[in-house]
Design a protein around this ligand. Sequence first.
Ligand SMILES: [Zn+2]
Length: 249
Amino acid sequence: MSRDPDGRWFVTFAVDVEAPVAPESTGQVVGVDLGLTDFAVLSTGERIPHPKHMERRERRLKRYQRMMARRQKGSANRAKAKRKVARAYSRVRDARRDFLHQQSTTLVRRFDAIAVEDLAVANMVRNRSLARSISRTGWAEFRTLLTYKAHRDGRTLAVVDRWYPSSKTCSACGHLLATLSLGTRHRRCPGCGTRHDRDVNAAQNIAVAAGLVETKNACGADVRHEGSPSVRSAVNQEPQPARVGIPRV
Ligand SMILES: [Zn+2]
Protein backbone atom coordinates (compact mmCIF):
# COMPACT_ATOMS: atom_id res chain seq x y z
CA MET A 1 0.00 0.00 0.00
CA SER A 2 1.32 3.49 -0.79
CA ARG A 3 0.15 7.08 -0.47
CA ASP A 4 0.51 9.79 -3.07
CA PRO A 5 1.16 13.52 -2.27
CA ASP A 6 -2.59 14.23 -2.25
CA GLY A 7 -3.07 11.73 0.51
CA ARG A 8 -4.79 9.12 -1.65
CA TRP A 9 -4.06 5.51 -0.88
CA PHE A 10 -3.06 3.09 -3.59
CA VAL A 11 -3.09 -0.62 -3.33
CA THR A 12 -0.94 -2.68 -5.65
CA PHE A 13 -1.79 -6.26 -6.38
CA ALA A 14 0.46 -8.81 -7.92
CA VAL A 15 -1.64 -11.54 -9.48
CA ASP A 16 -0.36 -14.66 -11.11
CA VAL A 17 -2.54 -15.42 -14.05
CA GLU A 18 -2.08 -18.97 -15.18
CA ALA A 19 -2.08 -19.53 -18.88
CA PRO A 20 -5.13 -21.61 -19.74
CA VAL A 21 -4.10 -25.22 -19.85
CA ALA A 22 -5.29 -27.19 -22.82
CA PRO A 23 -7.31 -30.20 -21.69
CA GLU A 24 -5.71 -33.62 -21.72
CA SER A 25 -6.15 -35.79 -24.74
CA THR A 26 -9.10 -38.13 -24.25
CA GLY A 27 -8.49 -40.42 -27.21
CA GLN A 28 -12.13 -39.96 -28.18
CA VAL A 29 -13.57 -38.65 -31.43
CA VAL A 30 -17.15 -37.76 -32.31
CA GLY A 31 -19.39 -37.02 -35.27
CA VAL A 32 -22.18 -34.52 -34.64
CA ASP A 33 -25.41 -34.49 -36.61
CA LEU A 34 -27.32 -31.25 -36.06
CA GLY A 35 -31.04 -31.69 -36.37
CA LEU A 36 -34.45 -30.23 -35.82
CA THR A 37 -36.04 -32.92 -33.65
CA ASP A 38 -33.05 -32.94 -31.33
CA PHE A 39 -30.53 -30.15 -31.26
CA ALA A 40 -27.82 -32.70 -32.04
CA VAL A 41 -27.20 -36.43 -32.19
CA LEU A 42 -23.72 -37.78 -31.51
CA SER A 43 -22.02 -40.77 -33.10
CA THR A 44 -21.83 -42.21 -29.58
CA GLY A 45 -25.62 -42.58 -29.72
CA GLU A 46 -26.30 -39.69 -27.36
CA ARG A 47 -29.04 -37.20 -28.13
CA ILE A 48 -28.84 -33.59 -27.07
CA PRO A 49 -32.36 -32.19 -26.83
CA HIS A 50 -33.15 -28.55 -27.46
CA PRO A 51 -32.80 -26.24 -24.48
CA LYS A 52 -35.57 -26.56 -21.94
CA HIS A 53 -38.30 -23.95 -21.68
CA MET A 54 -37.19 -22.45 -24.97
CA GLU A 55 -40.58 -22.74 -26.60
CA ARG A 56 -42.29 -21.19 -23.61
CA ARG A 57 -39.90 -18.24 -23.68
CA GLU A 58 -40.42 -17.80 -27.39
CA ARG A 59 -44.20 -17.91 -27.05
CA ARG A 60 -44.02 -15.22 -24.41
CA LEU A 61 -41.86 -13.07 -26.67
CA LYS A 62 -44.36 -13.42 -29.52
CA ARG A 63 -47.24 -12.52 -27.24
CA TYR A 64 -45.50 -9.32 -26.15
CA GLN A 65 -44.65 -8.48 -29.75
CA ARG A 66 -48.30 -8.80 -30.73
CA MET A 67 -49.29 -6.73 -27.74
CA MET A 68 -46.87 -4.03 -28.75
CA ALA A 69 -48.16 -3.99 -32.30
CA ARG A 70 -51.68 -3.26 -31.03
CA ARG A 71 -50.59 -0.24 -28.99
CA GLN A 72 -50.72 3.19 -30.57
CA LYS A 73 -47.37 4.49 -31.74
CA GLY A 74 -45.88 7.08 -29.45
CA SER A 75 -48.15 6.14 -26.54
CA ALA A 76 -46.96 5.35 -23.05
CA ASN A 77 -48.50 1.90 -23.33
CA ARG A 78 -46.51 1.25 -26.45
CA ALA A 79 -43.29 2.22 -24.67
CA LYS A 80 -44.18 -0.10 -21.82
CA ALA A 81 -44.91 -2.96 -24.21
CA LYS A 82 -41.65 -2.29 -25.97
CA ARG A 83 -39.72 -2.73 -22.75
CA LYS A 84 -41.48 -6.05 -22.17
CA VAL A 85 -40.52 -7.22 -25.65
CA ALA A 86 -36.90 -6.24 -25.07
CA ARG A 87 -36.80 -8.12 -21.78
CA ALA A 88 -38.43 -11.23 -23.21
CA TYR A 89 -36.06 -11.10 -26.15
CA SER A 90 -32.96 -11.00 -23.94
CA ARG A 91 -34.29 -13.98 -21.98
CA VAL A 92 -34.60 -16.02 -25.16
CA ARG A 93 -31.20 -14.90 -26.41
CA ASP A 94 -29.40 -15.49 -23.11
CA ALA A 95 -30.91 -18.92 -22.58
CA ARG A 96 -29.92 -19.97 -26.08
CA ARG A 97 -26.42 -18.57 -25.67
CA ASP A 98 -25.92 -20.36 -22.34
CA PHE A 99 -27.06 -23.59 -23.91
CA LEU A 100 -24.74 -23.27 -26.92
CA HIS A 101 -21.80 -22.41 -24.67
CA GLN A 102 -22.50 -25.39 -22.43
CA GLN A 103 -22.81 -27.83 -25.30
CA SER A 104 -19.73 -26.62 -27.17
CA THR A 105 -17.62 -26.68 -24.01
CA THR A 106 -18.73 -30.22 -23.20
CA LEU A 107 -17.89 -31.48 -26.69
CA VAL A 108 -14.46 -29.86 -26.74
CA ARG A 109 -13.70 -31.22 -23.29
CA ARG A 110 -14.77 -34.77 -24.08
CA PHE A 111 -13.38 -35.25 -27.58
CA ASP A 112 -10.00 -34.78 -29.24
CA ALA A 113 -11.63 -34.40 -32.63
CA ILE A 114 -15.11 -33.29 -33.57
CA ALA A 115 -16.67 -33.62 -37.01
CA VAL A 116 -19.69 -31.60 -38.11
CA GLU A 117 -21.56 -31.25 -41.36
CA ASP A 118 -21.31 -28.03 -43.29
CA LEU A 119 -24.87 -26.82 -43.19
CA ALA A 120 -24.51 -23.94 -45.61
CA VAL A 121 -26.81 -22.06 -43.34
CA ALA A 122 -26.96 -19.13 -45.72
CA ASN A 123 -28.52 -21.33 -48.39
CA MET A 124 -30.96 -23.01 -46.09
CA VAL A 125 -32.18 -19.72 -44.73
CA ARG A 126 -33.95 -19.19 -48.07
CA ASN A 127 -36.39 -21.88 -47.04
CA ARG A 128 -38.57 -19.92 -44.63
CA SER A 129 -39.76 -22.57 -42.23
CA LEU A 130 -36.32 -24.13 -42.02
CA ALA A 131 -34.77 -20.70 -41.64
CA ARG A 132 -36.82 -20.07 -38.55
CA SER A 133 -35.67 -23.32 -36.98
CA ILE A 134 -32.05 -22.65 -37.85
CA SER A 135 -31.91 -19.21 -36.38
CA ARG A 136 -33.82 -20.49 -33.39
CA THR A 137 -31.51 -23.38 -32.69
CA GLY A 138 -28.43 -21.26 -33.32
CA TRP A 139 -26.44 -23.69 -35.45
CA ALA A 140 -24.28 -20.94 -36.91
CA GLU A 141 -23.45 -19.61 -33.49
CA PHE A 142 -22.75 -23.14 -32.30
CA ARG A 143 -20.25 -23.66 -35.10
CA THR A 144 -18.53 -20.39 -34.27
CA LEU A 145 -18.22 -21.42 -30.62
CA LEU A 146 -16.95 -24.88 -31.53
CA THR A 147 -14.35 -23.43 -33.88
CA TYR A 148 -13.12 -20.99 -31.30
CA LYS A 149 -12.98 -23.49 -28.43
CA ALA A 150 -11.39 -26.26 -30.50
CA HIS A 151 -8.71 -23.82 -31.57
CA ARG A 152 -8.16 -22.61 -28.03
CA ASP A 153 -7.91 -26.11 -26.56
CA GLY A 154 -5.88 -27.73 -29.32
CA ARG A 155 -8.74 -29.94 -30.53
CA THR A 156 -9.55 -30.77 -34.12
CA LEU A 157 -12.71 -29.56 -35.77
CA ALA A 158 -13.47 -31.06 -39.16
CA VAL A 159 -16.25 -29.86 -41.41
CA VAL A 160 -17.71 -32.36 -43.85
CA ASP A 161 -19.11 -31.31 -47.19
CA ARG A 162 -22.85 -30.83 -46.95
CA TRP A 163 -23.61 -33.03 -49.93
CA TYR A 164 -22.29 -36.12 -48.22
CA PRO A 165 -25.23 -38.60 -48.05
CA SER A 166 -24.78 -39.17 -44.32
CA SER A 167 -28.23 -40.67 -43.74
CA LYS A 168 -28.32 -42.99 -46.75
CA THR A 169 -24.87 -44.52 -46.24
CA CYS A 170 -24.39 -47.43 -43.85
CA SER A 171 -21.76 -46.43 -41.30
CA ALA A 172 -20.77 -50.07 -40.81
CA CYS A 173 -20.24 -51.27 -44.40
CA GLY A 174 -20.57 -48.21 -46.62
CA HIS A 175 -23.63 -49.49 -48.49
CA LEU A 176 -25.43 -46.56 -50.10
CA LEU A 177 -29.22 -46.57 -50.36
CA ALA A 178 -30.74 -45.03 -53.48
CA THR A 179 -33.49 -43.37 -51.51
CA LEU A 180 -34.47 -42.90 -47.90
CA SER A 181 -37.65 -41.09 -46.96
CA LEU A 182 -37.45 -38.37 -44.33
CA GLY A 183 -39.89 -40.22 -42.13
CA THR A 184 -37.76 -43.35 -41.81
CA ARG A 185 -36.17 -43.19 -38.38
CA HIS A 186 -34.81 -46.74 -38.23
CA ARG A 187 -33.66 -49.08 -40.94
CA ARG A 188 -31.73 -52.27 -41.51
CA CYS A 189 -28.83 -52.11 -43.95
CA PRO A 190 -29.41 -54.41 -46.95
CA GLY A 191 -25.64 -54.77 -47.26
CA CYS A 192 -24.60 -55.98 -43.83
CA GLY A 193 -27.83 -56.23 -41.84
CA THR A 194 -26.88 -53.63 -39.25
CA ARG A 195 -29.84 -51.89 -37.66
CA HIS A 196 -29.48 -48.13 -37.74
CA ASP A 197 -31.02 -45.22 -35.98
CA ARG A 198 -31.14 -42.65 -38.76
CA ASP A 199 -29.51 -39.78 -36.85
CA VAL A 200 -26.90 -41.84 -35.02
CA ASN A 201 -25.90 -43.47 -38.32
CA ALA A 202 -25.61 -40.00 -39.89
CA ALA A 203 -23.44 -38.79 -37.02
CA GLN A 204 -21.21 -41.87 -37.37
CA ASN A 205 -20.86 -41.22 -41.09
CA ILE A 206 -19.86 -37.65 -40.44
CA ALA A 207 -17.03 -38.93 -38.23
CA VAL A 208 -16.03 -41.42 -40.96
CA ALA A 209 -16.19 -38.81 -43.72
CA ALA A 210 -13.98 -36.51 -41.71
CA GLY A 211 -11.42 -39.29 -41.47
CA LEU A 212 -11.77 -39.56 -37.70
CA VAL A 213 -12.96 -43.17 -37.82
CA GLU A 214 -11.85 -45.94 -40.12
CA THR A 215 -14.46 -48.24 -41.58
CA LYS A 216 -14.22 -50.63 -44.48
CA ASN A 217 -16.98 -51.42 -46.87
CA ALA A 218 -17.83 -54.89 -48.09
CA CYS A 219 -15.13 -54.85 -50.77
CA GLY A 220 -12.51 -53.97 -48.24
CA ALA A 221 -12.07 -50.56 -49.73
CA ASP A 222 -12.01 -47.45 -47.68
CA VAL A 223 -15.42 -45.85 -47.40
CA ARG A 224 -13.88 -42.49 -47.96
CA HIS A 225 -13.92 -41.50 -51.57
CA GLU A 226 -11.02 -40.32 -53.60
CA GLY A 227 -9.69 -36.99 -52.62
CA SER A 228 -9.47 -38.47 -49.17
CA PRO A 229 -10.26 -35.81 -46.62
CA SER A 230 -7.38 -34.14 -44.94
CA VAL A 231 -8.40 -33.31 -41.45
CA ARG A 232 -6.20 -30.58 -40.23
CA SER A 233 -5.64 -29.73 -36.68
CA ALA A 234 -7.29 -26.55 -35.57
CA VAL A 235 -3.99 -25.67 -33.89
CA ASN A 236 -1.44 -23.72 -35.87
CA GLN A 237 -4.00 -23.17 -38.58
CA GLU A 238 -6.04 -20.21 -39.51
CA PRO A 239 -9.26 -20.15 -37.48
CA GLN A 240 -11.08 -21.51 -40.52
CA PRO A 241 -12.02 -25.13 -39.76
CA ALA A 242 -10.74 -27.92 -41.93
CA ARG A 243 -12.86 -28.47 -44.99
CA VAL A 244 -13.36 -32.02 -46.11
CA GLY A 245 -14.30 -32.69 -49.67
CA ILE A 246 -16.60 -35.61 -50.33
CA PRO A 247 -17.74 -35.89 -53.93
CA ARG A 248 -21.42 -35.43 -54.51
CA VAL A 249 -23.06 -38.83 -54.96
ZN1 LIG B 1 -24.23 -52.00 -43.93
